[in-house]
Design a protein. Structure first.
Lengths: 219, 203
């Protein structure tokens, strides 16, 4: 009896976890490759503009199209090195782990990894992870390419900043004394503000998720 | 049977928690400290864009050498093209040679050659296959400069200046280090960082 029961329980567990993965995949953002991301732009813009007619069409289209609302506007705030240091150190009474990603629209691997970061934000924000991004683009991109890209990758819900620092050394040190400024770069701080994980170059989602799970279980 | 199953589950859980707490996560394999300031850079042999082999010994200047890690597709590196060329022209007569090194595994020798010609870069640019020189120096970013004195000892590492936008440059960190060395003075700032593209290393 036990011999037959165990494999059955195991199979059910596997099926359940596969179901969860499927659910995540369905709500996950556009594909990784930036070229693919760019291709989805016209679609998402069209969808944004025609929300009402699409909703009226049929029930089938409502099922096949993710019901995720698309915010009309992305606000990118300017920070200097002092403000950046404050954002990272935080002074919250109930601190949450904090994920910070440094990127730029001119950085191809940054663009390529962004959908993975959006998916991670979708997965962990409700569970207690804070996440913000810092763009190293020129100030001229504050209202142009930066918000446009963030809309393309459906990152409207992630707080976004653009660093305006004449002296980059101070900003880099505020994040990590060992960081040499290479992009992209991703940092994970625990609730006490200690750096517990960092990665430069395109982030490996599985590796980052393990670090997030660990820091959240250590709370 | 239940005991066996419980033991197996505990074993899997232990393995998972072990994987999550691998030491060194903070400096996860991307941290190449390289030669320290004052340390000697070992000789190396790399090919230029025409396939000709060069060593540090035959490229170095009488009074010093600047190795700059560059990239074909990095907008930051490319924003420094004219400034690097000016450095090369200006310091050659003073005994300091500028040498470009491309350690991106994604940039082929042909791409590097075409890019250099198109960008008007006349100083030698070498292909660092397998990132051996980048690893020796701990180079991580493009552009990133390493200034070696006449004895190939590292004097300065880091940015060329503080801004990729030439009109906003406030500190000429690399020039200051070279000028101080040539004048026999102590280099006050031996390291300075700036944002740039990560070097695409071989896996």
């Amino acid at each position: 009896m036990k011999r037959t029961l165990l494999p059955t329980v195991f199979s059910i567990a596997v099926l359940l976890s596969a179901g969860n993965y499927g659910a995540l995949s369905q709500s996950s953002p556009p594909p990784r490759k930036s070229a693919a991301v760019r291709k989805t732009v016209p679609k998402s813009i069209t969808r944004t503009k025609k929300v009402a007619p699409a909703a009226k069409k049929t029930t089938t289209s409502a099922v096949t199209t993710p019901a995720k609302p698309v915010a009309a506007k992305v606000t990118v705030r300017v920070v200097d090195d002092v403000e950046l240091a404050k954002l990272i150190r935080r002074d919250a009474k109930q601190p949450r782990p904090l994920l910070v990603n440094f990127w730029a629209t001119w950085c191809e691997p940054c663009r390529a990894e962004f959908p993975d970061l959006v998916q991670i934000d979708n997965q962990y924000r409700a569970r207690g992870l804070d996440f913000f991004t810092v763009s190293l683009d020129d100030m001229a991109e504050l209202t142009k390419n930066v918000p446009q890209f963030l809309r393309e990758v459906r990152a409207e819900q992630i707080p976004a900043y653009l660093l305006n620092a004449i002296e980059p050394e101070a900003a880099i040190t505020a994040v990590d004394k060992e960081w040499r400024g290479e992009l992209p770069a991703t940092f994970l701080f625990d609730g006490r503000g200690q750096l517990v994980f960092k990665h430069s170059g395109r982030v490996k989602p599985d590796e980052l998720k393990i670090a997030i799970e660990k820091v959240m279980s250590d709370k | 049977m239940r005991k066996l199953y419980t033991t197996l589950s505990l074993f899997i859980l232990a393995l998972a928690s072990l994987a999550a707490s691998v030491p060194g996560r903070v400096s996860a394999g991307e941290n190449f400290s390289g030669v320290a300031i004052g340390g000697k850079v070992n000789d190396f042999k790399l090919q230029d864009v025409e396939g000709k082999e060069h060593t540090l010994a035959n490229l170095r200047g009488k009074r010093g050498t600047v190795l700059i890690f560059v990239s074909v597709g990095c907008p930051v590196s490319n924003a420094y093209g004219k400034r690097m060329e000016k450095l090369a022209e200006g310091y050659k007569a003073r005994g300091v040679n500028i040498v470009g090194i491309n350690a991106n595994h994604t940039d082929t020798i042909e791409m590097i050659g075409e890019h250099a010609a198109g960008s008007g870069l006349t100083f030698p640019i070498l292909k660092d296959k397998g990132n051996r020189v980048a690893d020796q120096l701990g180079a991580l970013v493009t552009p990133e400069a390493f200034f070696l004195d006449a004895e190939n000892k590292l004097v300065y590492r880091g940015r060329i200046d503080n801004s990729r936008d030439e009109s906003s440059v406030a500190t000429h960190d690399l020039r200051e280090a070279i000028d101080a060395t040539l004048a026999g003075k102590t280099v006050t700032k031996t390291e300075a960082r700036a944002f740039g593209c990560s070097i695409k290393r071989v896996a």
